[in-house]
Ligand binder design. Structure first.
Ligand code: M6R
Length: 609
């Protein structure tokens, strides 16, 4: 939920902190701060607000001769956004930055207060610093102090820690929250995610649960259980450009435009020479798919909405009974798990705490699990029994676009693989689906991207309204849910998604003259019924936009505005509708002057439950 970074080496550390934190801002932007070692002293500079505010402070009081530092960008949990609550936090000889939540911080705080500790902030992090310092005062050994203190902490954390007297040394530990180590030409790094380090290096190593790392100017030593070892460095294929805007005004816009290629990247590794669906690159065989009798998809937010698309294709194409569950609710009302159940967790970041908890719950019951994940080597990817990467590339905008669309495309491909493995569809039909996902979908999405002016016009008609409705049936209800989330998330306009036929059972009372209703219709056989629902709202004065298959003759009086969707295949129609709903949300938020890439109150990676 927060972003942390650290460096020790021979180069100037402060500009590296600023550069890395700027990339990490998508993880939280309530406050920002750095701790910089200058000689034997550690200076803390921190403030409420964004990187710009920190840079202003550093202009007034520049830090020079610093080659070892840690930094933090915060999404507030314990205590509101303020200078005092901003990280880093100091306690005695310890200064630290933290991503995660210490669940038992209250009891620890009471205990430490009774021993005389004083606290300047409302954060759980300061308590963690005080506990590590307390242990350090008795053992005088940073590694032992970190071990002893973290053994008493409940919750999730990734810490970057400086100890007075340890010049040029950074100590690191993670449990539950992500953390990457990296090696550059001029030193060693830590960060919540690799994108922050791409300007400096491509060599990285993902830290394991409860692993401690000790970074010095000369190298890194890791400690895990009783083992002491050096990291195994790998080289990422991400480029610094992949984490930059590349000429677009916003990351979201860039990521919307990257979708045709992203779908291709997610599908092509899973096509064999015969043009059939084949997940052998993920170590999944047709026999595995054959054993699956029912699927439970568990995820949050847009990933859960991708699961709603999954239900449609897994049931229609593969005939596998499928349910979708909100991850944060899964453990409280777990569904029955008959033999042959496969739990599929979906997560772009691979770190969402609710999804991770659901995955661990399913594993504790001994049910096979499969993760559909974008960010490589993240906790969910590692802990799921099997994993399928979506290969969407780094997604920086808080509002997901290519993350969601690649999740949906992979689910579609899984449906084809299961149907083919079970002999429900012929080679020819399987190839047709594969071809549609790999060729027709990217082409249809490209075509939709050309309709920017129309999306702009529709967005203009939404500006000034407090409430908007998306309606659709079947697959289009699933798309409506994502469309509604996208619009409210970045434009702050209240938007509800309704199954088109359900509106008349109560919510239609909210329709007034001028209320915007956007209807989606990608399924030809459901159009007549959706059109009846459109008439119901229209006769009550609603302003209607219809996002509809191009082969359906739309009556003039049915809608104020029509977006026509290519019909080269069912998938092409669905994925091009996706471009329309994302673009409409983007244009609306843009007209309203919203902070599109960093909407208020949100963070990209939600690593708290
Ligand atoms: O990283 P995840 O896919 O697990 O994230 C799940 C949700 O938090 C995420 O999809 C969220 O709903 C998006 N910001 C919506 O655009």
């Amino acid at each position: 939920m927060c972003g942390i970074i650290g460096y020790t080496g021979t180069d100037n550390a402060v500009p590296k902190m600023i550069k890395g934190l700027t990339v990490l801002e998508y993880r939280g932007y309530d406050s920002v701060g750095i701790a910089a070692q200058v000689g034997k002293k550690t200076e803390l500079v921190k403030c409420k607000g964004r990187i710009g505010s920190l840079e202003e402070k550093l202009l007034v009081n520049p830090i020079e001769n610093c080659s070892c530092a840690i930094g933090h960008t915060r999404w507030a949990t314990h205590g509101g956004p303020s200078d005092a609550n901003a990280h880093p936090h100091r306690a005695g000889n310890v200064v630290l930055v933290h991503n995660g939540i210490i669940e038992n911080y209250k009891e620890l705080k009471e205990e430490l207060s009774a021993k005389g500790a004083k606290f300047l902030s409302e954060t759980d992090t300061e308590v963690a610093a005080a506990l590590i310092n307390d242990c350090y005062q008795s053992c005088k050994d940073p590694i032992a102090a970190i071990r002893q203190a973290t053994a008493r902490m409940k919750g999730a954390f990734a810490f970057g820690i400086l100890f007075d007297g340890y010049e040029g040394e950074v100590f690191v530990i993670r449990r539950g929250s992500p953390l990457i180590l990296a090696r550059g030409k001029d030193g060693y790094y830590l960060a919540s995610d690799m994108t922050a380090l791409l300007p400096f290096t491509k060599e990285y190593c993902a830290m394991r649960e409860d692993q401690i790392a000790h970074l010095t100017r000369q190298g890194v030593t890791c400690y895990h259980n009783d083992k002491v070892f050096e990291p195994e460095w790998k080289v990422t294929n991400m480029t610094p450009e992949s984490a930059q805007k590349g000429g677009y005004s916003h990351f979201m816009l860039k990521e919307i435009h990257e979708q045709p290629e992203a779908v291709l990247k997610s599908i092509s590794p899973r096509i064999n020479k015969a043009g059939l669906p084949d997940f052998s690159c993920d170590n999944i065989t047709p026999d595995f798919w054959k054993q699956v009798k029912n699927i439970q998809i568990v995820a949050c937010g847009s990933a859960m909405h991708a699961g709603m698309v999954g239900i449609r294709v897994l049931e229609d194409i593969a005939k596998i009974p499928t349910t979708v569950h909100i991850a944060s609710e899964y453990r409280y009302h777990p569904p029955l798990m008959p033999d042959g159940t496969l739990v599929v967790v979906i997560s772009q970041s691979g770190e969402t705490a609710d999804t991770l908890a659901a995955l661990r719950y399913a594993k504790s019951l001994g049910v096979p699990t499969l993760g559909i994940v974008n960010a490589v080597e993240t906790t969910i990817a590692r802990e799921a029994d099997r994993r399928i990467y979506t290969y969407a590339g780094p997604e920086i905008a808080v509002a997901t676009t290519k993350g969601y669309c690649t999740q949906a495309s992979v689910l579609w491909m899984i449906a084809a693989a299961i149907a083919h493995a079970r002999g429900l569809i012929s080679d020819a039909s399987a190839k047709e689906i594969v071809n549609s996902l790999a060729k027709e979908v990217p082409a249809a999405m490209e075509k939709m991207l050309e309709q920017k002016d129309l999306f702009h016009k529709i967005a203009k008609s939404l500006v000034g309204h407090e409430h908007v409705f998306y309606i659709g049936r079947g697959m289009d209800y699933a798309l409506s849910m994502e469309a509604s989330l996208k619009l409210k998330e970045i434009s702050y306009i209240h938007c509800e998604a309704y199954a088109a036929g359900e509106l008349k059972h109560g919510t239609i009372s909210l329709i007034e003259p001028g209320t915007p209703v956007l209807a989606i219709s990608t399924e030809a056989d459901l159009f007549d019924k959706t059109e009846s629902n459109i008439r119901e709202v229209r006769s009550r004065g609603a302003q209607v936009t219809l996002i509809c298959r191009e082969d359906i003759p739309v009556r003039k009086e049915s809608a104020d505005e029509v977006v026509s969707l290519p019909v080269s295949s069912p998938a092409a129609t669905v994925f091009s509708a996706l471009i329309a709903i994302q673009y409409i949300a983007f244009e609306t938020a843009s007209m309203l002057g919203c902070d599109i890439d960093r909407p208020r109150n949100l963070a990209k990676s939600v690593t708290v439950e």
